[in-house]
Ligand binder design. Structure first.
Ligand SMILES: Nc1ncnc2c1ncn2[C@@H]1O[C@H](COP(=O)(O)OP(=O)(O)O)[C@@H](O)[C@H]1O
Ligand SMILES: [Mg+2]
Length: 352
């Protein structure tokens, strides 16, 4: 049985529908990431699971129990927010113990739990400190500690790294991944950052305007996006898109031929089975999947060269003015205004 199940979940604020017919099944121990642009409903969906918002319609089931009528404290969840809001006048120990002291637990039991969480987070030496004497990363760890001591069935994280600087964000992300391996607890994690989603998730749920766009493993979504939104959202630099026509449908609607931007490309994966020959269509190809090749028939003029150290991103423009990017592991010897020809493998491209 799934640990968390959402069945046709709807949520409206007044007349505005912000979550639309979400169905989702989360297995025990799974790390699930809700990702999407700001305002798409990620926090609302998480708050519905936590019980901080009421459903407009649908069902939420946690550990086989419908929880719609249960308050947050009885849902077996613990939530970590972006703003960690520690009590400034309390020590780290007291901050982590606070929610437990509201339950009828013995002092000894509270001490055992807090010390166990501190050990997991490697903060045993910080237990007597006040939050003011901690770095941002350490404060966020205390907030995670507050969740761990409650021993929840499900951890809920809402953009926990957004308040940290870039280096700390990376370190804390790695810590959260390790923590999940260690605790093996079911985790639902909200972020607008596709890198966090790709690196942390067993399963990614991509949301747009309150609707699920696609659910799958990071590499599934990266390699076989079902729509242009998912294709454009995951991956950096963003996937290139070119307008054209579907000249031919092949393999029972699974693949098609693209004509546009002066090129023809055959046997490209069709994402929509409804498309027919002569329909307008968009060709998607990632910047990393282009190869400079004299025989290539995608031609672009270089408009900008960005050397990032790890890779070089070259901005180009086709003859008709469509911008696109090429990402190269090595820095090729080229200048602005140069004309380049590219090839790509048909199994790396997509038709939307
Ligand atoms: N309490 C509320 N009252 C009215 N509208 C809200 C409320 N909370 C969120 N919204 C709206 O719901 C939509 C989704 O918000 P939210 O879940 O916070 O998005 P995200 O976390 O993906 O950025 C937004 O349009 C937001 O303005
Ligand atoms: Mg949010």
């Amino acid at each position: 049985m799934a640990q968390v199940e959402l069945k046709n979940v709807d949520k409206s604020f007044g007349k505005i529908k912000v979550i639309r017919d979400v169905h989702l099944s989360i297995e025990k121990g799974e790390f699930v990431v809700f990702v999407g642009p700001s305002g798409c409903g990620k926090s609302t969906l998480l708050r519905l699971i936590a019980g901080l918002e009421n459903l407009t319609d649908g069902e939420i089931i946690i550990a086989d129990k419908p929880v719609m009528d249960l308050p947050p404290s009885e849902r077996g969840i613990a939530m970590v927010f972006q703003s960690y809001a520690l009590y400034p006048h309390m020590s780290v120990f007291q901050n982590m113990a606070f929610s437990l002291s509201l339950q009828s637990l013995s002092k000894a039991e509270i001490k055992t739990r807090v010390e166990a969480a501190a050990r997991i987070l490697q903060m045993e030496h910080l237990l007597d400190r006040r939050p003011a004497a901690l770095s941002g990363g350490q404060r966020q760890r205390v907030a995670i500690g507050r969740a761990i001591v409650r021993n929840p069935d499900v951890f809920l994280f809402d953009e926990p790294l957004s308040n940290l600087d870039a280096a700390l964000r990376h370190d804390t992300r790695v810590e959260i991944a390790k923590l999940h391996k260690q605790l093996d607890a079911t985790t639902i994690y909200v972020t607008h950052d596709q890198v966090e989603a790709m690196t942390l998730a067993d399963k990614i749920v991509v949301l747009k305007d309150g609707e699920v766009m696609q659910v799958g493993s990071p590499m599934d979504l990266f390699n076989t996006p079902q729509n242009e939104f998912v294709a454009g959202f995951l991956g950096s630099p963003k996937m290139n898109f070119f307008d054209g026509n579907l000249s031919k449908v092949t393999k029972n609607g699974l693949t098609g031929s693209f004509v546009g931007e002066g090129l023809t490309a055959n046997s490209i994966r069709l994402t929509s089975p409804e498309k027919q020959a002569n329909d307008r269509i968009r060709l998607g190809i990632r910047p990393q999947h282009l190869q400079i090749n004299e025989k290539g028939n995608l031609v672009g003029k270089v408009t900008l060269v960005e050397k990032l150290g790890t890779e070089t991103v070259i901005e180009l423009s086709t003859k008709s003015g469509t911008p696109f990017r090429y990402a190269a592991a090595e820095t090729p010897n080229i200048s602005i205004g140069d004309s380049l020809k590219f090839k790509f493998e048909s199994n790396r491209a997509h038709l939307f």
